[in-house]
Design a protein around this ligand. Structure first.
Ligand code: SAM
Ligand code: SF4
Length: 431
């Protein structure tokens, strides 16, 4: 989402002639878009500002703006502590970036813009075209969260759930498709909480399915609590919806899920997976896990390992619980760090074994790969298969934006390697 937001900030600032530069030491305005989900986020900001100060010691100081969730959560503290920063702008206020920059150019009073104005933001962003021309592009459809999991800062930094209208989203998608985008990744803190008028996420998926030049659709992140029957059905009927679903579970223990305030049990999670697999047997799953949440016993932890073994998630993101200031879980007794670290390593070794087995089985198989851009070496191209695995092939022809059938010949932990064996049959992506 920050990548999407950063690109939209760039679309906006172009209007006042501020363009992207890759010359770090020759910039007029430096915007640092930040994430606050786990610890050390604020320290990273001070570290970056330190680097900037050193670089600009003998030059005109650039405008320095801190954007994103660290700005939202700690705006006043940052402004007080670091005089080099000119403004902080929260994730729901960045549509005002041009006004902020122009004001700063005129007078040097320092500013804090951290109001929650998502509707005004969506309205403003709709007026500025998303000028991304990437083969795979993000589109935000929903922001904020009303779930208040006890460990999470998002409801405090991104505010309440708000959805964009289906018409605006499809019009952004059509515009992107015209510019060469073949894959859209729908973004939101809880994409399946999407609700605008009578439209739900499944309506949006079918509307995007009808855009001729678009070939692939994905969405992230969804929440088990909002996994409705119509959405399950769309995994069978929506032809361009890719067969990998990221569905965070956090823990395999219902006791811990309850303490996290996740709003569902492990059995309910398994039921959703079963229903989805019945509708589409090709579906595979990835997930997020929080290890060593307060009160997690060895038994609870083993239940998380069992869940991993049962579902065989092909990819997973796992972190030790990180107490976030202002959240209810921050006040709970934490698990000893040594125990927590040991559990994380044990969990990750199981997760890695499962991922390795899955990837080894892909060797020799044909996969449909959408190529995104040149890989680093000459005559090599980078793309993704339907399960979002990175694939690299050799080719003398430019493959960017094309979908090819690739036979996987080898793999390592991050990448599959293969050779092109043909094109897609028309029926595979009936558009
Ligand atoms: N809305 C999504 C959901 O409910 O699954 C997740 C969005 S959250 C921005 C992304 C991931 O960050 C979560 O799934 C969780 O695993 C991780 N996370 C959030 N807060 C955390 C914390 N305090 N400590 C460790 N991991 C955390
Ligand atoms: Fe955070 Fe996701 Fe829970 Fe919302 S549902 S509070 S974004 S973890």
């Amino acid at each position: 989402m920050n990548e999407y937001d950063s690109n939209r900030i760039l679309d906006l600032t172009k209007k006042i002639n501020y363009n992207l530069t890759n010359k770090f030491n020759d910039t007029d305005c430096y915007i640092l878009n930040t994430c606050h989900i786990r610890e050390k986020a604020t320290e990273k900001v001070y570290h970056d500002i330190g680097r900037l100060k050193k670089e600009f010691r003998n030059k005109k100081k650039p405008l320095v703006i801190i954007a994103g969730c660290v700005a939202q959560a700690e705006g006043d503290i940052i402004l007080k502590k670091e005089k080099y920063i000119d403004a902080v702008v929260g994730p729901q206020s960045y549509h005002k970036i041009n006004q902020i920059i122009l004001n700063l150019e005129q007078d040097n009073s320092r500013l804090n813009h951290t109001e929650f104005e998502p509707i005004e933001k969506f309205d403003q962003l709709n007026l500025v075209k998303n000028n991304n021309s990437k083969v795979s592009s993000f589109v935000t459809i929903q922001e904020g969260c009303d779930k208040f999991c006890k460990f999470c800062v998002v409801p405090y930094t991104r505010g309440p759930e708000q959805s964009r209208s289906l018409i605006e989203i499809t019009s952004e998608a059509k515009h992107l498709a015209k510019q060469g985008t073949k894959e859209i990744i729908l973004l939101g803190q809880n994409v399946n909480a999407y609700s605008f008028g009578k439209h739900r996420l499944s309506d949006l998926l079918y509307a995007l399915d009808d855009i001729k030049d678009l070939k692939r659709i994905r969405y992230t992140t969804s929440h088990p609590k909002d996994f409705t029957e119509d959405l399950i059905e769309s995994h069978a009927s929506c032809k361009k919806l890719m067969p990998l679903l990221h569905l965070p579970v956090q823990s395999g223990s219902t006791k811990i899920l309850k303490r996290m305030n996740r709003g569902h049990t492990v059995e309910e999670y398994l039921e959703i997976i079963e229903k989805l697999k019945k509708k589409n047997p090709n579906l595979r799953f990835s997930s997020d896990f929080i290890i060593a949440y307060p009160d997690e016993t060895e038994l609870d932890f083993n239940k998380t390992i069992s869940l991993m073994e049962k579902i065989k998630f092909v990819n997973s993101f796992s972190f030790i619980f990180s107490p976030r200031p202002g959240t209810p879980a921050a006040n709970l007794n934490q698990i000893d760090f040594k125990i927590a670290k040991n559990r994380l390593l044990r969990f990750q070794s199981v997760a890695n074994r499962i991922k390795k087995d899955y990837r080894n089985k892909l060797v020799g198989s044909p996969q449909n790969v959408l190529f995104e851009n040149d890989a680093q070496k000459e005559n090599t191209f980078f793309g993704r298969d339907e399960y979002f695995n990175s694939v690299i092939v050799h080719s003398k022809d430019d493959l960017t934006g094309k979908i090819k059938k690739v036979k996987i010949s080898s793999c390592n932990h991050n990448t599959l390697f293969g050779e092109i064996i043909g094109d897609l049959k028309k029926t595979e992506y009936a558009a």
